[in-house]
Design a protein around this ligand. Sequence first.
Ligand code: ADP
Ligand code: MG
Length: 231
Amino acid sequence: MKGPTGCGKSRFVEYMAWKLGRPLITVACNEDMTASDLVGRYLLDADGTRWLDGPLTVAARIGAICYLDEVVEARQDTTVVIHPLTDHRRILPLDKKGELVPAHPDFQLVISYNPGYQSLMKDLKQSTKQRFTGFDFDYPEPAVETEIVTRETGVDPGTAGRLVTIGHAARNLKGHGLDEGISTRLLVYAATLIRGGVAPRDACRMALVRPITDDVDIRATLDHAVDATFE
Ligand SMILES: Nc1ncnc2c1ncn2[C@@H]1O[C@H](COP(=O)(O)OP(=O)(O)O)[C@@H](O)[C@H]1O
Ligand SMILES: [Mg+2]
């Protein structure tokens, strides 16, 4: 799943797991992560050494959905441990333990990343990419996003609609000084503040504008859009 931050990728996987009635095991990937963090390792305790399965191994054994969030953050030599699991073999070799774990028939692997942040250093190998089907995610269209903000927070649809208008204005600035638009997640945060009694203009400044940019001119432009929307 590829798409900007806060557009609903993780929510989609959570919903899918709920709908299919499967356990979901989420791993937030980072560059310090090693293959052992995914697969498992021997631990020392009072009785000697004890093997502890990592999250990927647990998921493969019990037939869970394993979700590797922000997978491009992991180093490529870490990511290759999924290769034998994600082709016709469907096995996970635990090299250090000398065990081959056959994946449960229900085991599924989902990975996500934000292609906007991609650099040459942070990309998936073609050999990894070509083991998956791809799904493009983007911010929802205004009517749907308004419904999401309303349902997630309980604000009235009018307020939600105004927040969505501001979000769309900001998304048009992407590439013109903004690296990333105002996400659905931020609209939900702003609506939550408003629902809690914060004045809409203040809520928008705090939740929508200040987090995404330090550029004085762009802040002024967005603040202006906020003031025009919540008069
Ligand atoms: N399609 C959606 N349906 C319901 N809530 C959504 C949706 N998209 C985003 N949200 C809201 O935004 C927040 C962030 O979404 P999330 O799925 O965590 O984004 P991502 O994983 O793409 O960064 C969610 O917690 C939810 O409140
Ligand atoms: Mg996410």
